[in-house]
Design a protein around this ligand. Structure first.
Ligand SMILES: [Zn+2]
Length: 158
């Protein structure tokens, strides 16, 4: 695969830019074997703006429990890593995980969990992104925006 380029997605008046290096990392984390467990982690960036975010840093978090179709987030570990990244000047910009699907979309559990995190956590982000990494190409990954209503699918702009 050639070096991935920055991609841009929009939902309503919001814009999400994802650095090519982040897309490249996520591509490398795809679940390609039936035995591969779901993977996931956090997305970070440096600038906080009300209507747009740029994600240029990504980390994996070891889950509490996982299977090929399930992953329980380790909230304590997540909190620790968010603090760690904040020391380096990075702000939480969203969440990512894998699905063993060609065109992934959020499960009812994803909708539930993400909405809970958005409403309950003390993040200062006006906008958070969700990326679900599928089995195929970057173009088929699910990119969404988290709101009180749940995860809303964003559209590719470039
Ligand atoms: Zn999921």
């Amino acid at each position: 695969m050639s070096k991935p380029i920055d991609v841009e997605y929009t939902y309503s008046d919001k814009t999400i830019v994802i650095a090519g290096s982040v897309m490249g990392y996520l591509y490398s984390q795809r679940q390609l074997e039936p035995s591969t467990h779901e993977r996931g982690g956090l997305l970070f960036g440096k600038e906080i703006k009300p209507y747009s975010i740029k994600i240029n840093h990504v980390i994996s978090i070891k889950p509490k429990k996982s299977s090929p179709t399930f992953r329980e987030t380790d909230l304590k570990e997540e909190k620790k890593q968010i603090k760690n990244e904040e020391k380096k000047g990075f702000h939480l910009m969203g969440f990512w995980h894998t699905h063993p699907e060609k065109s992934p979309s959020p499960s009812p559990l994803d909708q539930d969990n993400t909405t809970k995190i958005f409403t309950n956590s003390d993040h200062d982000m006006p906008l958070l992104a969700v990326i679900i990494v599928g089995e195929k190409n970057i173009d088929d990954f699910f990119i969404g925006v988290v709101s009180e209503k749940g995860i809303m699918k964003a559209k590719r702009r470039r």
